[in-house]
Design a protein. Structure first.
Lengths: 223, 292
């Protein structure tokens, strides 16, 4: 499994296709986050933006290999494990990106609530922001896994499905990502740092289910 | 391979209401055997190979046994951001080798297929034949228990084709199973332990048309005590005792190296009197005594 993971990580890094989502995410943060803004609000913004990026990274990882190369890599350990390594690589990349963004936003933001009424603990805010970012990365990866091979194959269906899925996962009430982000935003109004562990657990559960479904289907669908 | 790979009443179709590509297939692949699959284009040979490699799950029926498998697809697009040697090293680790031994094996197999010059070439710049060599080399890196070759010879040059035949012979001699599809009837002629033909979605034992083709046979005369060792007897096409302890053996040209290795490695070793290349290839028989 570790060899498979290493292979997919190197494939992702060398393909340079990660550049586009990373640059776009950086631009998204550059527009919405400025130094001295309330920390929890900015962290919520950063986490919400990570969700479509994670889905996009899954798209890059899954479509990065031609089908024949995928079959060759799948033969030693079975296609399910090869696909799991591919999905985990995308999740890992999204988590790294989320960690970096959270770190930067926590450091440059003002540790206070909206209107600078209440002081906010910077460390606690950072931890809450990290949990929210991971929840969004997990949910985004789940959306990506469910909207690409082996479930959807043509880009004409996969891309709209992915974008719609990412949008719904971000805004729909009841989604763990939405709960984590709105927890940060309301926390920024009251000055109370939320502990978004429940959304994180929910997102992890959904991602595990989505990954399991995608991996189970690898041997059942047309290559 | 601990157990045989066994297909029982296996059927496969793509999509919920798609037509059956294969149905009612029973097949057992035992360790150390060479199996040839024949059939016209589009009959489901590749689907059968994907099922054997466990890349596809059967729609009905069951498959038991999961040997360590390596798979060579019929077309290997090389649009991957690695060099040839870099890709093989990574694939070697995926096949279970350590990084160091994967790099060593990658170099050795590139050399064997005459592609050592391309070791540092990016995959995207390789020709079709060279990238097919990479596809074949990755499968042989880690001595798989099951080797599945889907028209792997297509696109290879003559030397590499012969080398792959020899590699297949080595693999089966070492106890690995090999299953292959190839449109050339002379491919490994005389060597397969079993031949099957895919017809109308079913599997029939035996060759598709006109029986097995006669391939190039090497003639080897050996001298030794008593009976031919069973490992050697399994490889030869014919064996006749021409004198006391002297045997005249014919063997598929692809398997002559393995036969000689087997005979020389038996204890006490057999003496190789002469080796004649297959009829039709250039050069007189090599008789060690005729040399001055």
């Amino acid at each position: 499994m570790s060899a498979l993971l290493r292979y997919h990580v190197e494939l992702l890094l060398r393909s340079q296709r990660w550049l586009a989502p990373v640059i776009l995410y950086a631009a998204f943060l550059g527009v919405g986050v400025q130094g001295g803004q309330p920390v929890l609000d900015s962290l919520g913004y950063a986490a919400a933006g990570l969700l479509p990026v994670a889905a996009w990274l899954v798209r890059i990882c899954v479509t990065g290999e031609p089908p024949a190369a995928r079959a060759v890599v799948a033969a030693p350990h079975g296609p399910a494990r090869a696909h799991l390594a591919c999905l985990l690589t995308a999740l890992l990349a999204a988590a790294v990106l989320g960690t970096a963004a959270t770190l930067v936003v926590t450091l440059i933001s003002d540790p206070a609530s909206n209107g600078a009424r209440v002081r906010v603990d910077r460390l606690g805010a950072g931890a809450a922001g990290l949990a929210a970012a991971y929840a969004c990365a997990l949910l985004g990866a789940a959306v990506g896994a469910l909207t690409h091979w082996p479930l959807l194959r043509s880009a004409g269906r996969a891309v709209p499905a992915m974008l719609l899925g990412a949008l719904m996962a971000t805004v729909l009430a009841g989604s763990p990502a939405q709960a984590a982000v709105s927890g940060l935003v309301t926390g920024s109004q009251s000055g109370r740092v939320p502990v978004p562990l429940l959304p994180l657990a929910g997102a992890a559960l959904l991602a595990a289910a989505a990954f399991a479904a995608a991996c189970a289907l690898t041997a059942r669908r047309t290559p | 391979m601990h157990r045989d790979l066994r297909l029982t009443a296996v059927g496969r179709r793509y999509g919920v209401r798609g037509p059956w590509v294969l149905r009612g297939v029973d097949l057992t692949i035992a360790p150390g055997t060479l199996t040839r699959i024949e059939g016209a284009n589009g009959t489901g040979k590749s689907t059968l190979l994907r099922l054997l490699a466990r890349l596809d799950a059967p729609t009905e029926g069951r498959i038991t046994g999961r040997p360590r498998t390596a798979y060579v697809p019929e077309r290997f697009p090389s649009a991957l951001p690695f060099t040839a040697a870099g890709y093989l090293t990574r694939l070697g680790t995926v096949h279970g080798l350590s990084r160091a031994s994967a790099a060593r094996a990658a170099g050795a197999w590139l050399e064997r297929f005459g592609a050592a010059a391309y070791a540092g070439t990016p995959m995207a710049r390789l020709s079709k034949g060279s990238s097919q060599k990479i596809a074949v080399a990755q499968a042989l890196l880690a001595d798989p228990e099951l080797l599945v070759l889907d028209e792997a010879w297509t696109g290879l040059d003559a030397d590499a084709r012969d080398e792959l035949e020899r590699a297949v012979a080595e693999r089966t001699a070492a106890g690995g199973a090999v299953v292959f599809v190839d449109h050339d009837p002379r491919r490994l002629a005389g060597a397969p332990d079993a031949t099957y033909t895919v017809i109308e979605g079913g599997l029939k034992s035996g060759a598709g048309g006109g029986g097995p083709a006669a391939g190039a046979l090497a003639v080897i005369v050996v001298q030794g005590g008593g009976q031919l060792p069973p490992d050697a007897a399994r490889l030869v096409t014919t064996a006749e005792e021409t004198g006391p302890g002297r045997h005249r053996l014919t063997v598929p040209a692809s398997h002559s190296d393995v036969l000689l290795r087997t005979l020389l490695a038996t204890s006490p070793p057999w003496h190789v009197v002469s080796v004649a290349p297959p009829a039709g290839t250039a050069g007189p028989p090599l008789d060690p005594r005729s040399r001055v």
